[in-house]
Design a protein around this ligand. Sequence first.
Ligand SMILES: Cc1cc2nc3c(=O)[nH]c(=O)nc-3n(C[C@H](O)[C@H](O)[C@H](O)COP(=O)(O)OP(=O)(O)OC[C@H]3O[C@@H](n4cnc5c(N)ncnc54)[C@H](O)[C@@H]3O)c2cc1C
Length: 421
Amino acid sequence: MIDFELSAGTKMTKKLIHSFVESSFRSVSREFDEKEHTDPAELISSVHQLMKGGGMTGMASSAGSDETDAKKGSKPKKPKEANLQGVILAEELFWGDAGLALAMPGPGLGGAAVLSTGTAEQKERIMKRFSEDKPAYGAMAITEPGCGSDTSAITTTATLDNKTNEWILNGEKIFVSMGKRATEIYDGFVVVWATLDRKAGRAGIKPFIVEKGTPGMKVTKLEHKMGIRASDTAAMVFEDCRIPHNNILGSAEVAVDKGKTEGFKGVMKTFDATRPFVAAMAIGVARAAYDMVREILDKEGVRIRYGAPVDQLTVLERDVLEMEVSLKAARLLLWRAAGMLDKGERNNLEASMAKAKAGMVGTKVTQKAVEILGPLGYSRKILLEKFMRDAKINDIFEGTGQIQLLVIARNILGYTRKELK
Ligand SMILES: Cc1cc2nc3c(=O)[nH]c(=O)nc-3n(C[C@H](O)[C@H](O)[C@H](O)COP(=O)(O)OP(=O)(O)OC[C@H]3O[C@@H](n4cnc5c(N)ncnc54)[C@H](O)[C@@H]3O)c2cc1C
């Protein structure tokens, strides 16, 4: 039986995060949206203190957590429901403000890639910075100017210098979330996906850790964006960027002759862990818009009649009920995907279902919220228009909505990647 009753600890942390973001994020939401690329340094420091004290679980601090304790190589120390708790708390953070939530310190996508693909030694070495005194960030770079949805088309190369036993990375990456904070402003690293052998296709693609300050790595641009403007999205180049041999995550073997695609499977394993978190982000923003509309309608004396016969519902009531139902349906899919991850079950289908649904719900619910309030919703007097701008990205990054539908169709109908593309 699936039991989604939250533990007392999770309920308490959820409440704590809610009141923290309600006061600390919302009061500066507009400011940091308008001053795109300004670092909310004070807020980052407060969140870091809270995280260190165990009062807040950052997004993906548990994403991709597996059954291995890096220190002992044995039983996990994390709570049994680390991912389920993680997505519940992420929803709360993103309810506060999506751009600011993304800009807060934590392992992020880079951390999820390390946890999904690294050895026990690598997990210990790379992740220990997140329990230290300074705020730290992890970023992940897959996308390139000529490759996004089709991640197998990666052209960034990694070649081994046999004399020095170092990897040399060359290539360009774009749209790297937290790329600047992770590699230039704060302590951190970026996981760069590069090919060891282009002829080997997917089998040749491997993840590499590049630490902050590594010569040859440079942020060349920060994107100006529609939403999540408090977060940085960087373009980066790697020019003869040398990294130690043990910074390749997992094995360096290119097992193309055996028909294996281990390297590429690491990308998919990372996505299986992070897509539920993106779904949580979408639901958080959508709930923020829903709550705001309900509050304003309430103040205006508009009541929603639960249980009224369908033929007697007003259009407004029907819209509000549909928003509520969509949110709940998306959340249930999300909790299922995260719960499976906690049990070590393969959740590729469920993670894509959760992300596809939540991405759509995020877009539709925030748009409907703006529509219901009309000119007020569209104005900058309140944050609804911002929620609408912030929501859309969840239907784009970590695989677009269409790509999720492809994954779902392949899984259900039993088609291979080649048969259905
Ligand atoms: C703000 C932001 C942050 C990002 N952060 C990161 C990050 O941290 N790391 C990272 O590596 N990347 C990141 N990305 C990149 C993001 O993951 C890609 O933009 C996304 O995967 C889409 O790839 P693309 O841009 O190449 O679009 P394309 O693949 O060119 O897609 C364009 C359109 O075609 C559709 N499409 C493509 N293929 C198919 C198909 N087979 N069937 C049906 N429709 C299809 C897509 O759904 C989309 O609507 C970020 C992007 C943004 C905007």
